[in-house]
Design a protein around this ligand. Structure first.
Ligand SMILES: *Cc1c(COP(=O)(O)O)cnc(C)c1O
Length: 367
């Protein structure tokens, strides 16, 4: 070892803001029924024909992993452009998960010093990334029913002049969709960008793409993570070409690896299979909500996502979470993460079989 003093290097060079942060924690789920992270329970290939399996293997075989991938992910972008019938003013940016796109967008506005704004509670990465580039983060509390508090939002916009407003709809961790009227008021008042995060688009009839043709400061973001391809890490955003050109300068070259590019192209060419799984989960969601209701110990937030957020009426959420964990069922305890999520738990919707396992574990726990 040299005599350099690493602790003092860390203290001198890494900002207090970063040193005080905690690394994103992922719960250990080995051997558990995993209902904590909105993954699809379906191994996609389980429903493939032999011919389809062969086709995918051929694509994997042909992928040249000794070469850098296509820097723009042209194959994916071309397919998405066609799928959404985008006009020439609109472009697409691909990210290593939509998390990376959130990071790129926030880095792009960092020098402005203008706040990042989002409802509370909402997706945690908006704040995590705002924190690490040193931008103020303004949370605007949702109403008690988790709808947007437009009045509070307009006031906060006026006061903070946010560079980016992130609105996840359906929202995570609440599962509800925000009303068009409320969205439009916020979009109209925004002095900067409005990012509509549609990570759960597969599980709702709502659709935010229509804003793109009316407001050029709107960006719509989606991901393949919640429809069965979380392991590939592929998210994308659609917005004005002139804006995305700027974002593209901050995107690391080759951010989408060659196996992901080939697999997502394949997924888009066979998208009906993924859609079928999402439809199954929507049907399972309705059943799960009914069954949770019937236990008479929860209220359920109306969900248009692949998870259900419930509030315990008399039980302690943390104890219930632990009691499920002891039975090898992992869900997410939201209690303590925000005042409006008091005694709340979030449960990812899964197959009939896994949902039944969850329900019997809950029944055991509340006995
Ligand atoms: C899961 C989730 C994401 C992140 O998706 P990745 O593409 O896996 O990075 C983004 N936004 C919301 C609201 C989410 O729930």
């Amino acid at each position: 070892m040299s005599d350099k003093n690493l602790p003092s290097i860390i203290e001198n060079l890494i900002s207090p803001a970063i040193r005080e942060m905690k690394a994103y924690h992922v719960a250990d789920a080995s051997g558990m029924v995993k209902l904590d992270a909105m993954e699809s329970p379906y191994a996609w290939s389980d429903t493939w024909s032999d011919a389809l399996k062969q086709q995918w293997l051929e694509k994997m075989n042909a992928a040249q992993i000794n070469r850098y991938p296509d820097p723009q992910g042209q194959g994916i972008k071309k397919r998405l452009r066609e799928k959404y019938a985008l006009n020439n003013e609109l472009d697409i940016i691909l990210g290593n998960g939509s998390d990376e796109i959130i990071q790129i967008m926030i880095m792009a506005v960092a020098a402005s010093g203008q706040a990042i704004m989002a409802p509370a509670p909402s997706f945690v990465m908006y704040k995590v990334i705002a924190d690490y580039v040193g931008l103020p983060f303004v949370r605007v509390p949702l109403n008690a029913d988790f709808s947007l508090n437009t009045e509070a939002f307009l006031k906060a916009i006026e006061g903070h002049q946010p560079s980016i407003i992130f609105l996840a709809t359906p929202n995570n961790p609440t599962g509800n969709v925000f009303a068009d009227d409320d969205l439009e008021k916020i979009i109209q008042a925004a002095p900067g960008l409005v990012v509509l995060d549609e990570a759960y688009t597969a599980f709702t009839d709502s659709d935010q793409l229509h804003w793109l043709s009316r407001y050029d400061h709107v960006v719509v973001m989606r991901t393949f993570s919640k429809v069965g391809l979380a392991g590939l890490r592929l998210g994308f955003a659609i917005g004005q070409q002139t804006l995305l050109e700027e974002f593209d300068k901050l995107r690391l070259p080759y951010n989408i690896n060659v196996l992901t590019q080939q697999s997502v192209e394949f997924a888009l060419d066979n998208f009906a299979l993924l859609e079928e799984h999402s439809q199954n989960l929507c049907a399972q969601r309705a059943e799960l909500i009914d069954e949770l209701h019937a236990l008479n110990v929860f209220t359920c937030v109306p969900s248009e996502a692949n998870f259900v957020t419930v509030r315990c009426l008399e039980h302690n959420a943390k104890d219930l979470f632990e009691a499920l964990k002891a039975q090898n069922v992992l869900i997410k305890c939201l209690h303590g993460s925000h005042p409006s999520l008091e005694q709340c738990l979030r449960i990812t919707v899964s197959t009939q079989q896994e949902n039944a396992t969850l329900l019997s574990a809950v029944k055991q726990a509340i006995k």
